[in-house]
Design a protein. Structure first.
Length: 94
């Protein structure tokens, strides 16, 4: 029997998994956290694995993994669900 993900039951809705790394960068006269290139993950488990590895990348001081479910055709997505975080991330994400 094939397992069907709940997000696949509604046409056009899909769950995406992302790991967003952060690096320290100069922001005017001071240093601050800035986003680095986001990394797409296949699923929750893959997002957790990428999150664990994020701090091993040069210059990365923190990362957050999250998922979002929404309608790909309209671009309307539900609020993100935080899967986990490591290191330093912006205060507004915690």
């Amino acid at each position: 029997m094939m397992k069907i993900d709940a997000t696949d039951a509604t046409p056009g809705r899909k769950t995406v998994y992302v790991v967003q790394p952060f690096e320290m960068r100069r922001m005017g006269k001071r240093m601050g956290l800035g986003p680095s290139a986001p990394v797409a993950a296949r699923d929750d488990g893959h997002a957790r694995l990428l999150l664990e590895r994020a701090l091993h990348r040069t210059g990365i001081v923190g990362a957050v993994a999250f998922s979002r479910t929404g309608d790909v055709s309209t671009g309307e997505f539900d609020e993100p669900i935080i899967i986990g975080q490591v290191g330093e991330v912006p205060d507004e994400l915690v």
